[in-house]
Design a protein around this ligand. Structure first.
Ligand SMILES: Nc1ncnc2c1ncn2[C@@H]1O[C@H](COP(=O)(O)OP(=O)(O)OP(=O)(O)O)[C@@H](O)[C@H]1O
Ligand SMILES: [Mg+2]
Length: 226
């Protein structure tokens, strides 16, 4: 991993998330990849380890053009690495915020929305692993774009496999990102496949109006949720 990322140099840094940094890397075969170097301080070591295992377990069983591919992983002592296909255009949120060079016109937004919806539909159908999978962290930083602006869903560490034959289940903890939750899931901890339709609509609202599902109203010190 060190060799591939030039010793995790800042020049190779692609981004930073809640569980560490992601670097651009080149494997010995010449293949360009994205390497997530998990940073697990002791207070969230158990949570990070669980997410690492779920990510490897679920993503290695999935294969769809609208899901990011897991190329490999490495667990060596306390070190944890995940190796993904490299997504040249980064995450959707940066594009909507105007950080990326290309302006997102309507046809491009529609293409991204359809791609992300196809990825979700594959997860919810039982064709992937025989039972539906609920992602639980579907948001604009987890929608990545390749050179053709095909959308691919990433980050399966919080994903949940639905109990056989069920469309919903009660969970012990509500997991995900604040602002994107389905309100019913938050209130009664009951996760339903339809919860993801709710989240998907929020992503469409972001794509249409660039209105984030949760924002602070500066003057009133209040917060506003879609
Ligand atoms: N396969 C990839 N190809 C290219 N860039 C990537 C890839 N995976 C992640 N990135 C970049 O690295 C950034 C950090 O990713 P990471 O998944 O660690 O955090 P996040 O999704 O932004 O936030 P959070 O941890 O809150 O979910 C992403 O926003 C994206 O820009
Ligand atoms: Mg992510």
């Amino acid at each position: 991993m060190e060799e591939a990322t030039n010793s995790f140099s800042d020049d190779n840094l692609l981004g930073k998330g809640g569980f560490g940094r992601v670097y651009k890397g080149t494997l010995r075969s010449g293949e360009i990849v994205a390497i997530k170097k998990m940073d697990l301080p002791s207070f969230k070591e158990a949570e990070g380890e669980r997410e690492f295992r779920v990510e490897v377990d679920i993503l290695s069983r999935l294969d769809h053009p609208n899901l990011v591919s897991l190329i490999g992983y490495c667990a060596d002592g306390k070190h944890r690495f995940l190796v993904y296909e490299y997504m040249h255009k980064g995450n959707l949120q940066d594009h909507l915020n105007g950080i990326a060079e290309v302006k997102m016109d309507w046809p491009l937004r529609l293409k991204v929305a359809i791609g992300a919806a196809r990825g979700l539909a594959y997860l919810h159908s039982s064709s992937a692993v025989g039972i539906p999978i609920i992602h639980r962290d579907f948001k604009s930083t987890n929608i990545l774009l390749n050179t053709n602006y095909d959308a691919k869903i990433s980050d399966f560490g919080l994903a949940k496999l639905m109990p056989e034959g069920q469309q919903s289940c009660v969970t012990s903890r509500v997991l995900g990102t604040f602002g994107y939750f389905d309100p019913e899931y938050t209130l009664v901890s009951c996760l339903h496949i339809k919860s993801m339709s709710e989240v998907s609509i929020k992503l469409d609202i972001i794509l249409l109006f660039k209105y984030y599902p949760f924002s602070s109203l500066q003057q009133t010190n209040q917060q506003c949720a879609v």
